[in-house]
Each structure stands twice: as C-alpha cells, then as structure tokens.
Design a protein around this ligand. Structure first.
Ligand SMILES: C[C@@]1(CC(=O)O)c2cc3[nH]c(cc4nc(cc5[nH]c(cc(n2)[C@H]1CCC(=O)O)[C@@](C)(CC(=O)O)[C@@H]5CCC(=O)O)C(CC(=O)O)=C4CCC(=O)O)c(CCC(=O)O)c3CC(=O)O
Ligand SMILES: NC(=O)C1=CN([C@@H]2O[C@H](COP(=O)(O)OP(=O)(O)OC[C@H]3O[C@@H](n4cnc5c(N)ncnc54)[C@H](O)[C@@H]3O)[C@@H](O)[C@H]2O)C=CC1
Length: 201
C-alpha cells in the first residue's frame, strides 16, 4: 500500500529518462509543479522538442542514459521502454538515495503518479496502484463532471471566508461551526457572506 502525500516540487531538480508518450506526460506534470526538469533520451516527442524552446525549466539531453546524470538530482523518473534500463536507473538511484518512479513497475517504485484533477486550490487525485489505470480514468471522468470548473471559484471564496473568520479573534468558539456551514454554501451565498459582517453568521 502506498501513502498519498502532496509534495512541493518547486525548484526541485528532477531527471526524466526517456522521451516518449509517458515521459512527456511526466514532464508536463513536473513543469506544472515548478520543478526543474532534465530529460535524457536519444529521441524526443514533438511536444518535448517544442517545449524546450519556450520553457527555461526544461533541458533536453540527446543521448542514452548514464548514471552521471543523477548528480544533484532530487527525484528521478525511469520512463524508457527498456526494462533493463529502467532496472539500472532504479538501482543507481537506490545507491544515491534518490527516490525513483519507474513507469513500467509500480511495485519497484518509491513513488507513483496518481491521476489528478485541479480546480484552483482543490486537488482531486485517484490511484489504483497500477491495478487498473482505465478504472482510474473512468472514475476521474465522473469526478471531473461532479466537481466542475465552478469549484475553482468556490474554493477561492472559501479561502477568503476562512481568513475572515480566523482573523476575528472574538469569535474563536464559533469559528469551527461557521467554517463547517460555509463549506455547504453556494457561490452566491459565499459572495453574500463576504460582503456582510461576520456576526451575521
Ligand atoms: C503506476 C502507474 C505509473 C506511475 O508510476 O506513475 C501506471 C502504470 C502502468 N500503466 C500501464 C498502462 C496504461 N496506463 C494508462 C493510462 C494511465 N496510467 C496512469 C497512471 C499510472 N499507470 C500509475 C498508476 C495509476 C493507477 O493505477 O491508478 C494515468 C492515470 C496517469 C498518467 O500516466 O499520467 C493514465 C491515465 C491517462 C489519462 O487520464 O488519459 C493506459 C491507458 C492509456 O494510455 O490510454 C495504459 C494501457 C492500458 C493498460 O495496461 O491498462 C502499465 C502497463 C504498461 C505495459 O503494458 O508495459 C503500467 C505498468 C504496470 O502496471 O506494471
Ligand atoms: N505509466 C503509464 O501510464 C504507462 C506506462 N507504460 C510503460 O512505459 C514504457 C514507456 O512507454 P512510452 O512512453 O509509451 O514508450 P515510447 O516508446 O513512446 O518511449 C520510450 C522512450 O524511451 C527512450 N529510450 C529508450 N532507451 C533509452 C535509453 N537507454 N536512455 C534514454 N532513453 C531511452 C526512447 O528514445 C523513447 O523516447 C512502456 O514500455 C510501458 O512499460 C506504458 C503505458 C502507460
């Protein structure tokens, strides 16, 4: 069983080995997280080649994997289509105490990438630990309809309301109850609340 954690990857240095479909998906995720990504492969997807020209945080190295690319790296992703190379990357990482995800073997990974939906500060994440990526996809399709784009605004408004309530030191005991009630409010009700005096709630 794996433990879901949310990592702050801003400015972390991540090595991705491979330049195909799965490596590209991982690079997209990592760049969105603010990581500095070094990607090594003899062949790269068109997306990766284009991205290199416009993203300072992405460096492509044309060539096969060598262990020296792990120098100063915080995290690694073994995303080649060669099991023997992914084995080697995992072993090299282990020797250097670098956490490694291999896209061909969740059991032999230190971490895996769940499927993620973002609605502003609301993150929904699902994983079957490799049992069925298609089940994950089906569940995510349902969730993304249930928790549509409106949750971005709702979450942002709730953050403002929470700040307002917690800033009001005289109301400490009532705060928790208020926060619980607000979580059920509609966007319109939240907006109304923000324009009113806290004592009304
Ligand atoms: C452990 C993990 C990787 C990790 O460590 O991160 C992993 C592992 C493996 N996937 C395999 C196959 C497929 N994966 C997909 C799709 C997705 N796979 C994703 C995640 C994960 N896949 C992680 C666990 C997530 C979980 O279990 O919930 C998604 C959710 C997110 C993403 O990858 O970005 C993405 C949804 C895409 C979307 O939303 O569009 C498809 C379908 C397709 O491509 O359309 C297929 C082919 C069909 C099939 O095989 O089922 C294989 C066998 C490879 C082989 O045959 O060699 C392995 C290795 C193994 O299981 O051994
Ligand atoms: N996690 C997931 O969601 C999925 C994982 N997989 C697994 O991921 C593997 C890769 O899948 P794709 O990206 O679709 O394959 P792909 O064939 O598109 O890409 C493989 C990449 O690895 C590179 N590569 C090969 N040997 C290398 C080396 N020695 N050094 C550096 N780079 C090297 C190739 O140049 C290529 O860019 C599959 O073999 C499969 O086991 C497959 C589908 C989904």
């Amino acid at each position: 069983m794996m433990t879901p954690l949310l990592f702050n990857l801003k400015n972390k240095k991540v090595l991705v080995v491979g330049g195909g479909t799965v490596a590209t998906r991982r690079v997209v995720t990592l760049l969105e997280s603010g990581a500095q990504v070094l990607c090594v492969s003899p062949v790269f997807s068109v997306w990766l080649q284009k991205a290199q020209d416009i993203k300072n945080e992405l460096t492509l190295i044309f060539g096969i994997y060598k262990p020296n690319y792990l120098e100063d790296v915080d995290l690694a992703v073994a995303a080649t289509n060669q099991e023997i190379i992914n084995d080697q990357i995992k072993l090299d990482c282990q020797a250097r105490r670098i956490w490694c995800n291999r896209v061909d073997n969740p059991e032999d990974s230190d971490f895996i990438f769940p499927s993620v939906i973002r609605r502003g500060d609301l993150t929904l994440s699902v994983c079957t630990e490799g049992a069925s990526p298609f089940l994950t996809k089906a569940i995510m399709d349902d969730l993304s309809q249930r928790y549509d784009e409106s949750y971005t605004e709702r979450t942002a408004l709730l953050r403002e309301c929470r700040k307002k309530i917690l800033e009001n030191k005289n109301q400490k005991s009532a705060s928790r109850q208020s926060l619980k009630e607000l979580a059920r409010y509609s966007i319109e009700e939240l907006k109304e609340y923000l324009t009113k005096d806290e004592r009304v709630l």
